[in-house]
Design a protein around this ligand. Structure first.
Ligand code: GNR
Ligand code: NI
Length: 173
């Protein structure tokens, strides 16, 4: 297992469409486990492979609270097979946009088909924070950040704040 560096915007690797996985093999399983370790170390509830510089359609999620037992979810090639008509606003953050938050409108619930860590096809219906998180992570696989759902004005405000916060900080890998 390994904690990997998390890319921060603006980085062109966060804007890139990720490639499907042919099969969930030992290498992808290792990537999933490294991503989980990285996500837990960063106190995140989800992480997508592009955030660690890997352009593959792989993501991990754990929305269990600190007082609950961990519930890691590993997905490759996730697809939304159904989305509710109703949408909801919810405040989002992103490890690649540190300390920035905004309300994003998304379907209230989705049904997702994916390959699990044993290369088995699975489907889950996700709502509440899990539904939001899985949609947020799947966006990363298409090079989309939560700020891309906002008005140009709000997006630019956040990106400028981020640049200002980073100015003078040492560059990271
Ligand atoms: O840790 C995270 N919290 C979060 C909160 C609200 C909506 C989405 C998220 S995902 C984020 C981790 C992350 O950046 N995943 O890509
Ligand atoms: Ni994110």
């Amino acid at each position: 297992m390994a904690v990997l560096p998390i890319l921060v915007a603006p980085d062109p690797r966060l804007k890139t469409q990720a490639q499907s996985v042919e099969k969930v093999d030992g290498e992808i399983r290792q990537l999933m486990d490294d991503m989980l370790e990285t996500m837990y170390a960063a106190n995140g509830i989800g992480l997508a492979a592009p955030q660690v510089g890997v352009s593959k359609r792989v993501l991990v999620i754990d929305v269990a609270r600190d007082d609950e037992k961990p519930n890691p979810i590993r997905m490759a090639n996730p697809e939304i097979v159904w989305a509710s008509e109703t949408e909801q606003l919810h405040e989002e953050g992103c490890l690649s946009l540190p300390e920035q938050f905004a309300e994003v409108m998304r379907p209230t619930a989705v049904r997702v088909r994916y390959l699990d860590h044993e290369n088995e096809i699975r489907e889950i219906e996700a709502d509440e924070i899990l539904g939001i998180c899985v949609q947020h992570e799947m966006d990363h696989l298409d090079g989309t950040l939560f700020v891309d759902h906002l008005s140009n004005l709000k997006r630019n405000m956040i990106l400028r704040k981020l640049q200002k916060a980073r100015r003078g900080q040492p560059a990271t890998v």
